[in-house]
Design a protein around this ligand. Structure first.
Ligand SMILES: [Zn+2]
Length: 211
């Protein structure tokens, strides 16, 4: 009921064209972006990466908007796109927890939200896998990875994450979530940190992977 009233006041719109549409992406825009969707799984050395497309064209535009403008609502559209692929969903459902790559607290306060948390929450609700926030935290403020060279990037993320509750993670299957996978240094450091809690398995879900 509340949802229905809210929908009347703030109707859901297509994240691509802005038309009022209930499911965050209208059929016309869906046909358009569908051509870009890959729904791939790539095996890294000791984890897998699930992603829905490459970081280019419209998906890149949407992710830029999602990240740099106050557009957290786009997470709903990404979730809608994921939910349309049953095979993909059946694989990412197979985890005990979703954990999103954390931001440094001060930066989250300045921005007002962490867009990856919003995305994690949305996906968690739909695929019915619990989200854990504040279990993996970022304890040091580091430089922006995009401003550094390859060697500096590896150094820059070292020991910036910490675990608050080891017990809850023990023997669990964790799906680590971020919006984009680029060089992977941030994600690999999160994984290295999470493994200290003797988790059973960890894989990664991102919206886009850099080609
Ligand atoms: Zn549209």
């Amino acid at each position: 009921m509340i949802k229905k009233i809210l929908n009347l006041i703030f109707p859901t719109t297509c994240c691509m064209c802005g038309k009022i549409y209930s499911n965050w992406i209208c059929p016309k825009c869906y046909l358009d972006i569908k051509k870009e969707l890959e729904f791939k799984i790539i095996d890294e050395k000791n984890f897998r990466i699930f992603f829905i497309g490459f970081y280019e064209k419209q998906l890149r535009q949407l992710l830029l908007k999602f990240k740099f403008k106050d557009s957290a609502y786009i997470s709903n559209m990404f979730t809608t796109l994921i939910m349309k692929n049953e095979q993909f969903v059946s694989k990412i459902k197979n985890y005990d927890y979703i954990i999103s790559v954390p931001m440094f607290k001060k930066n989250k306060l300045i921005r007002g939200y962490n867009q990856t948390e919003t995305l994690a929450q949305n996906i968690s609700e739909k695929i019915k896998v619990d989200c854990l926030f504040d279990i993996l935290t970022k304890i040091k403020e580091n430089k922006k990875q995009s401003l550094l060279n390859e060697k500096e990037r590896v150094e820059n993320v070292k020991n910036v994450y910490s675990i608050n509750n080891y017990e809850i993670l023990k023997n669990k299957k964790v799906l680590l979530l971020d919006d984009i996978y680029t060089t992977g240094n941030t994600i690999k450091e999160c994984i290295r940190t999470l493994r200290k809690a003797k988790i059973q398995k960890i894989d990664v879900l991102v919206i886009a992977k850099r080609n």
